[in-house]
Ligand binder design. Structure first.
Ligand code: AKG
Ligand code: FE2
Length: 303
């Protein structure tokens, strides 16, 4: 990892940075994300994001929806979710509320990979946190690629996958309640999106290679469902190796920002139906490019 984030942070008036694990994750202290932020501070946040892939800020409980959007807007253009409703009175906040049936994300995924230019960053703020449980985990898909043997790297680089919001929830590990199924069918998958991505993409900012997998994948292009599942599990198992992950225990008012081009995440559903509410904004991304320069394609868009 480069020494750049520390240099940037020093120029930004020395907010401190605390790494959380060897391959992913850092906490940045002493920044008020709701306040006016200098260009140096924003540059420091960006370089920490590229170096550590997910960064955390405690103590931002005073932040309003508008301030969350204004802060996220410093990182790029906000992009609303293609099917979920924007929270009333906001430009692009998605409220994730387990009780409303849309808060569960207990599968490993990268956000919105069923569109070609899926988001570059996500900014997530905790509003209500259960007394216990409800942590979130992130995994580095760059470290996962780097873990592969030369033969598996070559295999991964040759594969493309079809991602869809109409995933087969009956076959995933998650158990949906009736409310969650209703929300899933009426809202989340109300219009079908399908995108074809290379399994290995080149990171547009760092040039690193990363695996593009996660639970929106329906199948590997050109392979039947059985082979697709084997290929998916083989590569996905490298993403979620414990060494490639970091786990965050939320307090109210925390903010997490992740590089959605280099990570997957998983919200643990172990809080026994207690209330848990989060608010997320996403920032527009670029169409992925494969190792041989081909771009992802949108196969289906909302019909
Ligand atoms: O609720 C969480 O911790 C994460 C939910 C999620 O997948 C997201 O915000 O993209
Ligand atoms: Fe997510």
């Amino acid at each position: 990892m480069s020494a750049q984030p520390e240099a940037h942070l020093a120029r930004a008036g020395n907010p401190s940075i605390r790494r959380l694990s060897g391959r992913i994750g850092a906490e940045i202290c002493d920044i008020d994300l709701a306040g006016p932020l200098s260009d140096e501070t924003v540059a420091a946040i960006r370089s920490a994001l590229l170096a550590y892939r997910v960064i955390f800020f405690r103590g931002q409980g005073h932040m309003t929806d508008g301030q969350q959007e204004a802060f996220a807007g410093r990182l790029g253009d906000l992009v609303p979710h293609p099917t979920e409703k924007v929270k009333a009175g906001t430009m692009g906040i998605l409220e994730l509320d387990a009780a409303a049936g849309n808060g569960k994300a207990d599968v490993w995924h990268t956000d919105v990979t069923f569109v070609d230019a899926y988001p570059r960053y996500s900014v997530l703020r905790s509003i209500v946190i259960p007394e216990y449980g409800g942590d979130t985990m992130w995994a580095s898909t760059v470290a996962a690629y780097e873990d592969l043997s030369p033969e598996l790297k070559q295999l991964a680089e040759s594969l493309w996958a079809i991602h869809s919001n109409k995933y087969d929830y009956a076959s995933t590990a998650t158990n949906m309640t009736a409310a969650e199924k209703a929300h899933y069918e009426k809202v989340f998958a109300s219009a079908q999106y399908e995108a074809k991505h290379p399994v290995v993409r080149i990171h547009p900012e760092t040039g690193e290679k990363s695996l593009v997998l996660g639970y929106f994948i329906q199948r590997m292009a050109g392979h039947n469902h059985v082979d697709s599942a084997h290929l998916f599990n083989l590569l996905q198992s490298h993403v979620i190796r414990p060494e490639n992950t970091v786990r965050w225990n939320w307090r109210v008012g925390d903010v997490a920002i992740w590089d959605n081009q280099a990570t997957q995440h998983y919200a643990l559903n172990d809080y026994d139906g207690q209330r848990r509410v989060m608010r997320r904004v996403t920032i527009a991304g670029e169409v992925p490019v494969s190792v041989d320069g081909r771009r992802s394609e949108q196969l289906r868009k909302g019909a």
